[in-house]
Design a protein around this ligand. Structure first.
Ligand SMILES: [Ca+2]
Length: 289
């Protein structure tokens, strides 16, 4: 603006209309660039906030359970375990960790995440491209559905199944046909957030384990933005009362397959979250702060 004003004093009045147009255009351009700047700021995902939590309890967990999916149903845990030849679906007593009912998947299946919708358990498989349906009370098989992608984690929002495949994508699928209706990309301020694994819907937000990362992300299902993280680095050594030496033995399942943080189940009646890891000796009950 100063540049224009100084020039006006030194040029003839004949040039004033031209100067006025230039000035108007300059102001317009400035306003436009301000608008563009604002929209680019809005398009950037803000850094996630750190979400604090309190550890309430530690309960025994089967150290041979390669946890891929964890749910709470009527005060009990339902767990899906992976690995070929070791995959199964089981009811587990939360307090003593005992398996109350178990259905083996067979040696050809590598089971993955589970969710419960309308009294049906949906169990994913990793690379088998199949989803298994069971009656939640009896584990009576209710059929299978085809799934085009890898299966990692699954939850639901009461209407749609929400499925991860190890990328940054979350697939919203119709529960009967399991046809994909919508896909969102999960991102934080650093870019795409991949390796999305076990999922849990908690009070309208999707919480996700990230394979080989010691934290859980809180995702806004409307836009895929990671809006918070729960830090679990060094969590097991700090909170376990068990001998953890089996996790570092050479040629152990833990060493070859990774005893990583995985498993989130929410009991909405208590507002408690249960978290564990593959082959971990405990399941921990936590509450968000
Ligand atoms: Ca879960």
């Amino acid at each position: 603006m100063l540049f224009v004003n100084n020039r006006i004093s030194t040029i003839s009045k004949l040039h004033l209309p031209f100067i006025a147009i230039v000035y108007f255009l300059a102001i317009s351009c400035n306003n436009e660039s301000e608008v563009n700047n604002e929209s680019s700021i809005e398009a950037t995902t803000p850094a996630p906030e750190n979400i604090g939590y309190t550890v309430l309890n530690a309960f025994p967990h089967d150290t041979s359970a390669f946890t891929q999916g964890l749910e709470v149903y009527n005060g009990k845990l339902i767990e899906s375990t992976g690995l070929y030849g070791k995959s199964n679906l089981r009811y587990v007593d939360i307090k003593n960790g005992k398996t109350l009912k178990q259905l083996d998947n067979g040696k050809e299946i590598f089971a993955e995440g589970i969710t419960i919708l309308n009294d049906t358990v949906y169990q994913l498989s990793w690379e088998n491209h199949l989803v298994f349906l069971y009656n939640v009370k009896t584990f009576k098989p209710l059929g299978t559905r085809n799934w085009s992608y890898q299966g990692w984690g699954i939850t639901n929002d009461g209407t749609s199944l929400i499925i991860s495949d190890g990328t940054d994508k979350l697939y919203f699928a119709e529960p009967n046909s399991i046809k994909v209706k919508n896909i969102i990309s999960v991102k934080d301020n650093m870019g795409p957030v991949n390796n999305l694994n076990e999922l849990e819907m908690i009070d309208g937000y999707i919480y996700a384990n990230r394979w080989q990362y010691d934290y859980i992300v809180k995702i806004d299902p409307n836009n895929g933005n990671v809006i918070g993280t729960l830090n679990f680095s060094d969590f097991l050594p700090k909170n376990s009362k068990s001998d953890l030496s089996y996790l570092t033995k050479n040629n152990s399942t833990a060493q070859s397959n990774g005893a990583v943080l995985n498993g989130i189940a929410y009991d909405s009646s208590k507002k408690s979250i249960y978290i564990t890891g593959k082959l971990w000796p405990e399941i921990f009950e936590i509450k968000l702060q």
